[in-house]
Design a protein around this ligand. Structure first.
Ligand code: PLP
Length: 401
């Protein structure tokens, strides 16, 4: 029996649950009843894995990073989610959820997006499956992430700019939930991370668990042992982290280190380090750690990385951090920029600025030379080249490139 998996009521310890408006109750309940029998069905699994292989390009390589290993005095392997179709881990989840939506007879797909990565991954599978797709995106993000907006439109999705609140990811989630309330019977909401009301955190974690399923046999092949000493991943809502650790959660031989976005520092007003800074509250249908003021008003998240820019964090991770199972590091903008340049110059891999937070965690850990470390590169950095170039000076105190 796992200490860290969701229980039958939809909780991870004190976190999780399904706090939804009355009008969504039936629809969320139907999903709770339907998801496990469907995704555990052999024909579903066959369709899902066939698409992961032929469409996404899985398995993603587990790459031994020789030069970075020497620098950090360990055996560093990179799990290359950046090589997936559409450039990140998000497609693993959208493929699974759209197959589920189809089997539940839904005809219209909605999604929220921040940086646009989940929006693009959703628009992609909707084109593939010929489903109507509408994406909610904060108006600020629509401006900041213009190419992803154009990609979604080209893929046939309708993008709705959201002008409430700070006009970013959190507001886009609220708007998607509002839309869902108006169309509960025909619409499937494809949630982009391990957040939202139960069963979404569990559903998304299962869809991403293919990452650690592959790590197991790939490590066995490469090292003769199917577990690492360390797993490292960045964490926003928590989906690439959940996928990376899923099959190792209860294996106490494996240390888990997660990197959240410190922005200017977790103890400043400009941060997205929710596990460091958050207190228990309810956001977007679940109880989790949330950055909020004394009156329970949600505080805006701040980080250089649009994909980590969320004031909450998935309930599975709130519980694991609270139980002491995971070590959570806060990585500031300048450290992440340095990490991005470092991987680029040492290994020829430009990581997403989100993934660069995980790279930067290496500097804060001390390894034995024999330690096997698996670090998930959650996405590729093509979308972030401008950010890296514009902020290069920011990281100069760590070294020069
Ligand atoms: C969206 C995104 C993240 C953050 O989301 P999680 O659900 O925490 O994984 C991290 N990396 C990349 C490349 C992303 O696109």
């Amino acid at each position: 029996m796992s200490n860290y998996q969701v229980n039958e009521k939809g909780f991870y310890g004190e976190f999780g649950g399904a706090y939804v408006p009355e009008i969504l109750y039936k629809c969320v309940h139907d999903l709770q009843e339907a998801y496990l029998p469907i995704i555990e069905d052999e024909t579903f699994k066959a369709a899902y894995h066939a698409l992961l292989r032929d469409y996404v390009g899985r398995p993603s390589p587990l790459y031994f990073a020789q030069r970075m290993s020497e620098r950090y005095g360990c055996q560093l392997y990179l799990k290359r989610e950046d090589l997936n179709h559409t450039g990140a881990h998000k497609i693993n989840n959208t493929i699974g959820q759209i197959l589920l939506a189809k089997r539940m007879g839904k005809t219209r797909i909605i999604a929220e997006t921040g940086a646009g990565q989940h929006g693009v991954a959703t628009a992609t599978v909707c084109a593939l499956m010929n489903m109507k797709c509408e994406v909610f995106m904060g108006a600020t993000d629509v401006e900041r992430q213009h190419t992803n907006v154009e990609r979604m439109k080209m893929l046939g999705a309708e993008v709705h700019p959201v002008r409430t609140g700070n006009m970013t990811l959190s507001d886009a989630c609220s708007e998607a939930i509002r839309d869902w309330c108006c169309h509960p019977s025909d619409t499937f909401y494809i949630v982009g991370s391990t957040m939202g009301p139960h069963p979404y955190p569990d559903l998304v974690a299962r869809m991403q668990s293919v990452i650690s399923e592959e790590i197991k046999w790939q490590l066995e092949q490469k090292t003769g042992r199917d577990y690492p000493d360390y797993l490292i991943a960045c964490i926003g809502g928590g989906s690439n982290a959940a996928g990376t650790i899923y099959h190792y959660m209860d294996d106490e031989r494996v240390k888990i280190v997660l990197a959240e976005a410190g922005g200017h520092g977790w103890d400043t007003d400009h941060t997205a380090a929710t596990i460091h800074r958050g207190t228990t509250g309810i956001l977007h249908g679940a109880k989790m750690l949330v950055m909020q003021d004394d009156d329970g008003q949600i505080q805006e998240a701040f980080t250089i990385s649009a994909g980590l820019d969320y004031p909450g964090v998935g309930p599975m991770h709130c519980n694991m951090a609270k139980q002491g199972r995971t070590q959570v590091l806060s990585i500031n903008d300048d450290e992440a920029i340095y990490g991005g340049y470092e991987l680029t110059r040492m290994e020829g891999i430009i990581p997403a600025i989100e993934s660069a937070h995980a790279i930067a965690a290496l500097k804060k850990l001390s390894f034995k030379p024999s330690d096997v470390v698996v670090l998930t590169v959650s996405g590729r950095g093509d979308k972030d080249v401008e950010t890296y170039l514009k902020n290069k000076e920011m990281a100069k105190e760590y070294g020069k490139f």
